[in-house]
Design a protein around this ligand. Structure first.
Ligand code: ADP
Length: 378
């Protein structure tokens, strides 16, 4: 049952209970004169239901058959207040209530308001029945702004993800076409290796998309986690990249325990270390300086620092690098096998642990990512 059906039932219940309560009040007053004494609970039930409808998160207006307002909760009162756009909302709702009554059917309309802010509002009007009799009309006002923002973020994500997947897929098609038209064995081997590399890119992308979905939608496990063990696993995960790029990772660890999800923390730290390695190598020095991973205990808090002396991140990009698919240099990220999702995963993992992630970077000098996690006592 959705929230609106629930509220509709609530309103019908309020009306019918109010009706029953009125009859019972009459009966009670009779009972005071010697009739039927035990009717008090229905009154308090009607009051409780009315109180719930008053506090409902959507606006509710109820009118009787003649169109007189018999109930309006606070949200509806605020939404139909006197400012120009809100008064318009009140008028529209009035019109819908009349229509629902006259045509005896549910009516729904979405409207956009532009003042004081842009909002998407859903209005609904429904005839009410109680014991088979018409019992007035109910109107509902729901602000869909946040929901439509979420919808637009979701469709942006789908568009971006499809675009990202199309790139290696397109490359694979072209390479496969070239493969069938060549007889030269060396060229065929070269093309097959390229197809394999593109397939690997697609695979990483799909894995990161699934990881991100999992992190966003399933609750993190909360256990007592030894961050030194997490760090060791993250280092083991990035060891093959470190070896391939010939870059050492120095690490130190204060013993510190946090509440969290071991696997997700490993994934976040490994992402930061792999970026540090990748963007150190991108500088193209003959001798690569090592990457540093430090786990520090600071009072009750745990600090995880990953520092490199790589290419750095220009200041204007620093706020945006945690967005999905955002890259400072798309070509470079692609060439190094990046998916553009690593830091989005890091940010979600940190948020799920009630922590914060910061970046400090100077182009040409290097970057430090810092995760701050609350300690067990916080
Ligand atoms: P990618 O898979 O492209 O590395 P991320 O989400 O991990 O995606 O990072 C987003 C972007 O942030 C990268 O494309 C890169 O431009 C920048 N970035 C991340 N970490 C570093 C770093 N340690 N040094 C320099 N740039 C970095």
């Amino acid at each position: 049952m959705n929230a609106l059906s629930f509220l509709l039932i609530l309103v019908v219940a309020v009306l019918s209970i109010a009706l029953v309560a009125a009859r019972r009040r009459l009966a009670a007053s009779r009972s005071r004169q010697g009739l039927d004494p035990a009717e008090q609970p229905a009154d308090s039930r009607a009051q409780a239901i009315e109180a719930a409808a008053t506090r409902a998160p959507v606006g509710i207006v109820v009118v009787d058959q003649a169109g007189n307002e018999v109930f309006k909760n606070d949200v509806a009162a605020l939404a139909t207040a006197a400012t120009a756009d809100d008064a318009l909302l009140g008028l529209r709702l009035r019109g819908l209530l009349d229509e629902a009554r006259d045509f005896d059917e549910d009516i729904e309309q979405q409207i956009e308001l532009f003042s004081p802010t842009t909002r998407t509002i859903q209005l609904q009007a429904m005839p009410l029945f109680s014991a088979g009799q018409r019992a007035g009309t109910a109107g509902f006002i729901e602000d869909l702004t946040t929901r439509s923002e979420i919808d637009s973020i979701r469709s942006d994500f789908i568009a971006n993800a499809s675009h990202e997947l199309k790139t290696p897929l397109g490359a694979m098609r072209l390479l496969a076409e070239a493969l069938v038209t060549t007889d030269d064995n060396d060229t065929r081997k070269d093309l097959a290796e390229k197809i394999n590399a593109e397939a690997g890119r697609m695979n990483r992308l799909v894995e990161d998309i699934l990881d991100l979905a999992l992190i966003e939608h399933s609750p993190a496990e909360t256990q007592e986690i030894d961050l030194c063990r997490v760090a060791e696993e993250a280092l083991a995960k990035s060891a093959s990249l470190a070896e391939a790029l010939g870059i050492a990772v120095d690490h130190s660890c204060d013993p510190v325990i946090v509440a969290g999800d071991h696997r997700r923390l490993v994934s976040a730290i490994a992402n930061l270390v792999e970026n540090a390695l990748t963007y150190t190598a991108a500088k193209g020095l003959a001798q690569n300086p090592p990457v540093q991973l430090r786990i520090l205990a600071q009072g009750e808090r745990a600090i995880i620092e990953v520092q490199d002396q790589g290419i750095g991140i220009p200041e204007r990009h620093q706020d945006r690098i945690f967005e999905r698919f955002y890259r400072v240099d798309r070509g470079r990220s692609r060439a190094s096998g990046g998916t553009g999702l690593g830091l989005a995963i890091v940010r979600h993992v940190v948020q799920n642990h009630s922590g914060e992630v910061e970046v400090a970077s100077v182009p040409g000098e290097g970057t430090t990512f810092r995760i701050i996690l609350p300690g067990l006592e916080d």
